[in-house]
Design a protein around this ligand. Structure first.
Ligand code: PAF
Length: 209
């Protein structure tokens, strides 16, 4: 049965009870698609237990970005997790559950060499938000392995560096990108694309190939 954990305390108590078993952890922002599900299937193969988190993390969105309209589909997501027989989901009941200290808490700032290029150039603070929430989630869940898509290549580099540099006792497992038949990488944000934009987006993958 899928265990739904809404608080840090519930998550930590669950993990404490299960500390002897290997745990695979898949952090997500929800609106789950086949890309996420492939990470969960891999985690299930490689670990005794699989935990998923669903949290739309405000600190990784810029002031003009889509935090408010980011797709939230809790009911459908829970249905998918149950169908995959995931063991537990951490679904924080509020932002305070992850950021009890509000705006003024500790932040994890990844090295500039990884964040001042590519996407980071256009999204100041984004990777600090990602590194901070991923560190918090890893500290709370203490997984054996944690699974990340290669689709977010720069994010993966940041997370590998943070696990290394902070001596976190977790194996970061990079996973292959899942694509639509058109070649477009699956992403929760694809639903923003109208048919014309979707065709243009798919042509990027064809051009790169
Ligand atoms: O890739 C994502 O969905 C997010 O950046 C992550 C890793 C769940 C952190 O919020």
């Amino acid at each position: 049965m899928l265990k739904i954990l809404r608080t840090r305390k519930a998550l930590q108590a669950w993990r404490k009870r299960e500390l002897k078993r290997t745990l695979g952890f898949v952090p997500t922002m929800g609106a789950l698609h086949e890309g996420h599900l492939s990470l969960m299937r891999r985690s299930k193969k490689e670990n005794a237990l699989t935990l998923v988190s669903i949290f739309v993390n405000p600190t990784q969105f810029g002031p003009k970005e889509d935090f408010r309209k980011y797709p939230r589909r809790e009911r459908e997501d829970l249905k998918l997790l149950r169908s995959l027989k995931v063991d537990a989901v951490f679904l924080p009941k509020s932002i305070r559950e992850i950021y009890p200290e509000g705006e003024s808490g500790t932040r994890i700032v990844p090295p500039a060499s990884l964040t001042e290029i590519l996407e980071g150039q256009f999204r100041p603070g984004h990777f600090t938000g990602v590194a901070t929430v991923v560190t918090k989630l890893l500290m709370l869940s203490r997984p054996t392995r944690s699974y990340f898509g290669k689709k977010d290549f720069q994010q993966l580099q940041v997370i590998e560096a943070l696990a290394n540099d902070l001596f976190l006792d977790v194996e970061i497992v990079p996973c292959e990108t899942k694509r639509a038949p058109s070649g477009l990488a699956l992403s929760s944000r694809n639903q923003y694309l109208d048919p014309e934009a979707r065709t243009r987006a798919a042509s990027l993958s064809a051009i790169l190939k």
